[in-house]
Design a binder for this molecule. Structure first.
Ligand SMILES: O=C1O[C@H](COP(=O)(O)O)[C@@H](O)[C@H](O)[C@H]1O
Length: 242
């Protein structure tokens, strides 16, 4: 695991965009394609915008295949849609190889089942898909993707995508499961803001959740490949040396 503390959100976005572009170039050279799962929420938006502008010519977009780590149960044009955010910031601005969105407009169980089929089709021959890169965020409650504290999907060992009821939010999210996330070649967390400081300390400061690992789902992310945390200074405030 590597941790990089960046001065502010702008530096975090620039670092994330550079990491993405470098990994895309490497994957295309090595395997002819780059399969990436995007994070939603607000933190990655600036990095996506930089990819669409400053890195536009430096990435072989036709070989980039975009997936999503999670989605809210809303149509693709809804303000809460993770797909909408990514489309506006990046996907509509580059000639992507393919875009595989989670269908938030469907009942979540159906959307998860269809996404599983889509993943099995794209990663044919791989028992568990091996993404080149999965981007993740961290919620103030310790959630990542749509793996919330103490929710059902944390126990998933066979399915690739799940509908995950989140009683605290009164909703059901669609999410990649831990087996998929932990099979990735690389996972990069993007964490910004003082509101995340406590969760970040819990996740990075030892066994997250102590006796209760399901309290901080981000602490259950332990990929076989590389894991990099890009965090800004306010988020790092409670880390030793932060
Ligand atoms: O709900 C979500 O939250 C996390 C964190 O979002 P952020 O806005 O605090 O960066 C995000 O990674 C996830 O994709 C999203 O659906």
């Amino acid at each position: 695991m590597r941790l990089r503390v960046l001065e502010d959100p702008a530096a975090l976005a620039a670092a994330a965009a550079r990491e993405f572009a470098a990994r895309a170039a490497h994957a295309v050279r090595a395997r002819g394609r780059f399969a990436v799962a995007l994070a939603g929420g607000s933190t990655p938006k600036a990095a996506y915008e930089l990819l669409a502008t400053e890195h536009a010519g430096g990435v072989d977009w036709r070989r980039v295949h975009f997936f999503f780590g999670d989605e809210r149960p809303v149509p693709p044009d809804h303000p809460d849609s993770n797909y909408r955010m990514a489309r506006e910031a990046l996907l509509s601005r580059v000639p992507a190889g393919s875009v595989h969105r989670m269908r938030g407009e469907l009942p979540p169980g159906e959307a998860a089942r269809r996404y599983e089929e889509e993943l099995r089709g794209f990663f044919a021959g791989e028992r568990v898909p091996r993404f080149d890169l999965i981007l993740l965020g961290l919620g103030e409650d310790g959630h990542t993707a749509s793996l919330f504290p103490h929710t059902e999907a944390l126990d998933e060992t066979t399915r690739l995508a799940a509908a995950n009821p989140v009683p605290e939010l009164g909703t059901t999210r669609i999410t990649l499961t831990l087996p998929v996330i932990n099979a990735a070649r690389a996972v990069i967390f993007l964490v910004s803001g003082g509101g995340k400081a406590e969760a970040l300390r819990a996740v990075l400061g030892g066994p997250a959740g102590g006796e209760d690992p399901r309290r901080y789902p981000a602490g259950l992310v332990r990929p076989g490949g590389e894991m990099l945390w890009l965090v800004d200074r306010p988020a790092a405030a409670l880390l030793n040396g932060g």
